[in-house]
Design a protein. Structure first.
Length: 144
């Protein structure tokens, strides 16, 4: 079985957060959804638990970060094309999110990001497949 990751994020308004991420094309697992939490499906192995502040506080002894003043986490997702990066940024802004920088062009990689309704930072990156293949080949040579 593959390792799964569950990123847990506190949200001020669960319903609004679900609406926001639905507009970006994400789906939710109803089995792990109630009035205090939902499980957003990113892929077969990546999930984001959106938790009300009250629910989130049951998992940590620390205070919840004020994301208008501090960064608690930076979530970075790869997507299948440059166009998908731009599309998701447009959808995020239309849904009420904000951008915090200009798109970044690194030749082999294109990136841009947004902040969701609670100020969590989401970066989207597209990497040219040929550079990934080259990196894998180099890694195999080093391992031999």
């Amino acid at each position: 079985m593959s390792t799964q990751i569950f990123v847990n994020l506190p949200v001020k308004n669960l319903k609004q957060s679900i609406e926001f991420f639905t507009q970006l094309g994400f789906q939710f697992n109803p089995q792990f959804t109630d009035e205090t939490a939902t499980c957003m499906v990113v892929s077969e192995t990546i999930f984001v638990m959106l938790l009300t502040h009250e629910k989130f506080k049951t998992f940590t002894p620390n205070e919840i970060c004020d994301t208008t003043q501090n960064t608690e986490v930076l979530v970075c997702l790869s997507v299948e094309s440059r166009a998908k990066v731009d599309e998701m940024i447009r959808e995020a802004v239309t849904a009420g999110g904000t951008t915090y920088s200009e798109p970044q062009e690194h030749g082999f990689m294109y990136a841009h990001g947004f902040q969701d309704l609670d100020g969590h930072i989401w970066e989207l990156v597209y990497m040219e497949p040929s550079t990934i293949d080259q990196a894998e080949s180099a890694k195999k040579k080093v391992e031999v």
